[in-house]
Design a protein around this ligand. Sequence first.
Ligand SMILES: Nc1ncnc2c1ncn2[C@@H]1O[C@H](COP(=O)(O)OP(=O)(O)OC[C@H]2O[C@@H]([n+]3cccc(C(=O)O)c3)[C@H](O)[C@@H]2O)[C@@H](O)[C@H]1O
Ligand SMILES: Nc1ncnc2c1ncn2[C@@H]1O[C@H](COP(=O)(O)OP(=O)(O)OP(=O)(O)O)[C@@H](O)[C@H]1O
Ligand SMILES: [Mg+2]
Length: 243
Amino acid sequence: MLNKDYDQMVDKLVEWIHKKVKQAGCDGVVVGLSGGIDSAVTATLCKKAFPENTFGVIMPCYSDPQDAKDAKLVAEKFDIPYQIVDLSTTFDQLLKSIEGRADLEKSMAVANIKPRLRMTTLYYYASIKNSLVVGTDNRSELKVGYFTKYGDGGIDIAPLGNLVKLEVREVASALGIPEKIITKDPSAGLWGGQTDEVEMGITYEELDKYILTGEATPRVKEIVDNLSSRNKHKLEAIPIPKF
Ligand SMILES: Nc1ncnc2c1ncn2[C@@H]1O[C@H](COP(=O)(O)OP(=O)(O)OC[C@H]2O[C@@H]([n+]3cccc(C(=O)O)c3)[C@H](O)[C@@H]2O)[C@@H](O)[C@H]1O
Ligand SMILES: Nc1ncnc2c1ncn2[C@@H]1O[C@H](COP(=O)(O)OP(=O)(O)OP(=O)(O)O)[C@@H](O)[C@H]1O
Ligand SMILES: [Mg+2]
């Protein structure tokens, strides 16, 4: 299923990032570092494209402390300067102002505030550094719309957008990303114990096989097609009246 040259892919992606940033008239890039594989790969590609102008931001928001440790591991291994911005009290404050309802704390409306606070923070750094916000969304996530609109979906460029998750793992190996980051269960980290595969109800292997070959069980097809259709709006231009 996967037969590309991933060392060559790295070179092409680095060149692509460099070109997109220069075309935008910017000097560098800002990336959110979660401790997960997608941000590790994205930030490492960015560092190769902009050795002096890649900036990582680690933004815990009631997150598992291990995530920040993993994010630091990546930043330190690849010599990426970073800042830690803890968004937990900001999250609390906003929640208090808008609702103050503890019973809503586990709802998606509340959980999605976290990636949207991260987006706000990343755009602050992008602005003061004349940089672009580089997203980490991959082809698998984009296919099913598994991201928060204007949260982790609020970005300027998405270098991994044409690579399915299994390919991101290949690129990660080519880049020398630590094994523990590559093999970690993918998670949005919006609540304790959340994992992508449990929430979506399918594995990345199933999702990627369907994307790349069109083959899937009826159950997988149904889940993917439903999510794709329900979340199509996330990748479309904002509807405006034509009159
Ligand atoms: N047809 C339509 N046309 C235009 N807009 C439409 C719409 N239907 C809904 N909407 C809007 O979209 C909103 C729903 O979308 P959204 O707010 O994104 O919310 P939603 O898709 O419900 O939730 C985000 C999903 O992404 C996952 N996620 C989030 C963050 C990171 C990651 C990760 O992998 O790390 C994953 C998260 O676990 C959850 O499953 C609605 O509240 C409405 O405002
Ligand atoms: N705690 C965090 N600090 C900084 N950025 C974060 C944090 N959590 C999420 N993000 C940003 O949101 C993006 C989307 O998260 P996502 O979970 O899809 O990617 P990942 O964590 O890198 O990889 P995986 O999907 O395998 O967990 C991250 O890549 C990162 O840029
Ligand atoms: Mg993650």
